[in-house]
Design a protein around this ligand. Structure first.
Ligand code: ZN
Length: 259
């Protein structure tokens, strides 16, 4: 009798569970969710998580591994640890406030400033961003140094990276420093990325429900494409969206993510 109850209970439980069994990114970067996310530890070799109280430090295993290996590369290069900001919520989906993507555990924000001297949880909770662009003169500030260039370059060289969003002036500085390096293609100019850069990984192999983003045009993107961004300063002043962003999520995400 109890055996039958057990089977009925098990069937009921599995039918209520989402149809995705293991770690997966589901849907698009700006309309999706994630299953079996991992938490990035608050500190590790070459990195600190900031504003951990927001609990936005969950990502797909490939992203957590990417961040930890980037931390090791920074240590090897004798660079200061990086500050990792928003990744995603444990189940993904849209944030209550802030940017639109970061929904599938494949996006992460990394700050460009050096860590504060004190890296206690309290300090890391309230650390302030440092803008690398002087928006009135439209030039990079002296805060943007070789250390920042090396950080972005190491971040971009990992083949798991689909694209990294940086301010157009930062892309320009990287083009100047690294010439025709193939990975410059992964650096995409985007306004609003002057105190941090945003790493986006490709859909992990086998994640059949993950929607990839279209490939960027071939080449370094350092020529006319960059010039059009540099000349168009209109986006630099636009603020964040005022209305909460509530996209229609894929079916597998709809009961999994509370919106
Ligand atoms: Zn971001």
């Amino acid at each position: 009798m109890s055996k039958w109850l057990g089977i009925v209970g098990f069937t009921l439980l599995t039918s209520l569970m989402p149809s995705v069994a293991s770690a997966q990114a589901v849907g698009g970067y700006a309309a999706g969710c994630q299953f079996d996310a991992q938490a990035l530890p608050e500190n590790g070799p070459g990195f600190h998580v900031i504003r951990a109280s927001r609990a936005r430090f969950y990502g797909q295993p490939t992203l957590i591994n990417y961040l930890q290996s980037l931390g090791h590369k920074l240590e090897q290069a004798q660079l200061p640890p990086m500050l990792v900001a928003d990744i995603a919520m444990e189940r993904g989906g849209p944030f209550a406030y802030g940017h639109r993507s970061h929904q599938t555990g494949l996006d992460a924000d990394i700050w460009l400033r050096t860590p504060p001297k004190q890296t206690s949880p309290r300090q890391l909770e309230k650390v302030a961003a440092v803008d690398m662009v002087d928006h009135s003169l439209y030039i990079l500030t002296p805060q943007f140094k070789d250390q920042q260039r090396q950080l972005i370059s190491l971040a971009a060289q990992d083949p798991r990276v689909s694209r990294i969003f940086v301010h157009p002036l930062i892309k320009q500085a990287m083009c100047k420093a690294y010439g025709d390096a193939a990975w410059l293609n992964r650096l995409r100019p985007w306004f609003g990325h002057s105190s941090h850069f945003h790493v986006r990984l490709h859909c992990p192999p086998g994640d059949t429900h993950c929607e990839p983003q279209a490939q960027a045009a071939p080449g370094t993107g350092c020529g006319s494409e960059l010039a059009s961004w540099i000349n168009d300063k209109s986006g630099t002043l636009s603020g964040g969206a005022s209305k909460p962003y509530r996209p229609t999520l894929p079916q597998q995400c709809q009961r999994w993510v509370k919106q």
